[in-house]
Design a protein around this ligand. Sequence first.
Ligand SMILES: [Zn+2]
Length: 174
Amino acid sequence: MPSYRVVAVGDRITDVVRKTLLSPGYGHPAHTEVAKGYGPCRQCLRTFSVGHERRILFTYDSFHGRENLPLPGPVFIHEDYCERYPEDGGFPVDMLSHKLTLNAYARGRRLIAQSYVSNGLIEPELQRLLAQSDVAYIQVRDTDAGCYDFSIERKSDKQDLDESNRSNGGDSHE
Ligand SMILES: [Zn+2]
């Protein structure tokens, strides 16, 4: 069993996106299309079948519920219902072949370490970051696209954030 939890976008948010085709909290129109890139789907953390699977693009704040400072950005999910990636499923296999950025944050969204992994050897890097006591959580981003993929937390931090039951950000008036 992995020592960490993989935190994908929760059902409460994806249900609203699929039903309303709006970004929860923000109200930005969500965009549906046939996948032009591999993604992944931020709910099931599988890569899209380019040119075949349909996906929805919407605005998501990966820090909402965790930090006071928002940082919304674009994410994709499957257009049709999919199963949220299990938190105890270990690092998602579909992601290992991509260039990934591991952003390790302390509380207060203080970025204290950043690692770039492109050889699939993610575990030693994760263990190194999680061994630092001031690292509260890690956000995984696609290095080429820069977009948020999912978060990683220590198992003992379960009380911190229940992703499956949280809302999105969207307090801005831009
Ligand atoms: Zn999916």
